[in-house]
Ligand binder design. Structure first.
Ligand code: SAH
Ligand code: SF4
Length: 360
């Protein structure tokens, strides 16, 4: 699939041709990662953020939300919930919170590893290289950091430098890979100024980066952010502007699956937000193979407002677990067991294609 091929499918409006795209993506998903839907329990451990990404409700300048940071004990209760619900992985996510110190996090990772058999995924923003390395050594398996757009100009417009350090999520991804992390990245769909060409290049970059996990979701404007207010500093929508729609999200999920057959691809909460009834299921039927049930205690969950109107914000962890299990069964899929790391195909010296290296 070259760029022209991706572009024409991103622009596709013909219903039958779209059905063909969904079918192809679903077949590739079944052939390469199977019918299991892996469950990653999400714990939003802090909504404190020292960055100012132009699109995000957690940005430091947003004074309209109350801030929290969970304690180790509170987090461990959620981790044990993950074990009880049969999840294979916990994802610890937060704003880029300097109050989460390198050593505190290392200690937490060691404790999770000592008390459970769970895989640990981190999504804590652009942290320093030495911290990322220390967390890997403490036992963290995976790291998620979306590069958001491959258009460098647009990237710089929406990501501010922090002190002397310019934002560079692609450099961090490379670094994470050399440290032995499974790496996850992705983009928002329909950021103001994002063109079809940009989005096609994003998908090609997913393949070039050889990502283990690819998370994509629609951009949802937050009124307390510069991009959400669209205060004139950002590009006006042109004819080449990608819409931030549900349909475009399915197209990107499906094309990501075709570009990266072995990757773990979640059907995201942002997608469930734009179609509460069946967004999750349709994502899973059009290329995705992962869901991330939320384990965050409800009193904190409501404060983790990356974008407004987020789906599942008032649910309890137990309600999320049974809701997602039912949704998976309803589409004739099964829940995965174990950590559900990426299955990589590798060539043996005989030149045969074998499924080896079940990482994580
Ligand atoms: N601080 C970490 C993790 C939290 S943000 C980080 O930045 O990586 C996780 C993701 O939420 C971001 O990468 C972005 O893709 C998504 N996000 C932020 N604001 C959003 C918005 N307004 N609409 C949709 N997704 C958004
Ligand atoms: Fe902070 Fe992440 Fe939001 Fe950027 S995207 S403001 S780093 S929480």
């Amino acid at each position: 699939m070259n760029k022209e091929g991706i572009l024409s499918r991103l622009r596709e409006e013909n219903v039958e041709k779209l059905e063909t795209l969904w079918r192809e993506a679903d077949n590739v998903r079944a052939a390469h990662v199977g019918d299991a839907v892996h469950l990653r329990g999400l714990i939003e451990i802090s909504n404190v953020c020292n960055r100012r990404c132009a699109y995000c409700g957690l940005r430091a300048d947003n004074r309209s939300i109350g801030r929290y940071r969970m304690t180790t004990e509170e987090i461990m209760l959620c981790v044990h919930d993950a074990v009880d619900y049969g999840y294979g992985t916990v994802v610890l996510q937060s704003g880029e919170d300097e109050g989460i110190t390198g050593s505190w996090m290392s200690e937490l990772i060691r404790r999770i590893k000592a008390e459970t058999g769970l895989a640990v995924t981190l999504s804590l923003g652009e942290r320093a290289g030495e911290e990322l390395l220390a967390w890997r050594k403490a036992g963290a398996d995976r790291y998620l950091i979306r590069f958001e757009t491959s258009n460098r100009k647009l990237y710089e417009l929406i990501h501010h430098r922090k002190g002397a350090r310019p934002s560079d999520r692609l450099a961090i991804l490379e670094n994470l890979r050399t440290m032995g992390y499974e790496t996850g990245s992705g983009v928002m769909i329909g950021i103001p100024g994002q063109t079809y060409e940009d989005l096609a290049r994003d998908i090609i970059l997913f393949r070039e980066l050889d990502l283990d996990m690819i998370g994509v979701g629609p951009y949802l404007p937050h009124p307390e952010t510069p991009l959400g207010k669209n205060d004139g500093d950002f590009p006006a929508a042109g004819v080449e502007q990608v819409p931030n729609t549900e349909l475009m999200t399915y197209k990107v999920i499906a094309l990501s699956r075709l570009a990266c057959p072995e990757a773990n691809i979640p059907s995201t909460t942002a997608l469930a937000t734009v179609n509460r009834q069946e967004g999750r299921e349709l994502g899973l039927q059009r290329g995705a193979n992962v869901v991330m049930p939320n384990l965050t205690p409800p009193e904190y969950r409501v404060l983790y407002e990356i974008y407004p109107g987020k789906a599942c914000i008032h649910e309890t962890a137990g309600a999320c677990a049974s809701c997602l299990n039912m949704r998976i069964i309803s589409i004739n899929r099964r829940t995965g067991t174990g950590p559900g790391g990426r299955r990589k195909r590798a060539l043996t010296h005989m030149g045969q294609n074998l499924n080896v290296n079940e990482r994580g």
